[in-house]
Design a protein around this ligand. Sequence first.
Ligand code: THU
Length: 163
Amino acid sequence: MMQKKITLEYEYFTDINCLPATLQQLVKAARNNTLQAYAPYSHFKVGAAVLLDNGIIINGNNQENASYPQGMCAERVAMFQASALYPDNAMIAIAICGNPEGFALTHPLSPCGGCRQVMLEYEKKSGQNMKVILCTMQDEYIVFDNAGMLLPFNFSKDDLLTK
Ligand code: THU
């Protein structure tokens, strides 16, 4: 028997100036996108913004539905839009921000498992890292170098290849 260990390295900071200018812009877009989220049931507004390798930013926010399971997370709205409009461009970063009505988050919002799987899909598709930036509406940030880090022991298209 072998004991194995996975370690997770990430950056944590509380000053937006720790980010390069393009990623500062991405964070601001994600924060701004929370404002137009359609979240009448949970009142939990989420914004996301995807940076493409051509410099274009694609926006998204959560979209809820009276039939609850039919809603969609902000991250997936942004990634699906990015893939629909620019199928040949890599998504090199995604910024995510939670902005619930009535209270402030005490820590940067972490993406749900379904969104992690979708991030992994596009990261594998392009072969380029997708940086994941989690942030609050205030000045707090967590940055992961790539989406795969958020989903250890994942299932991906590599597993579907005939060996
Ligand atoms: N939500 C997101 O948009 N992204 C996440 O990563 C977590 C949850 C949304 C889904 C739902 O509209 C609301 O937040 C409450 O779960």
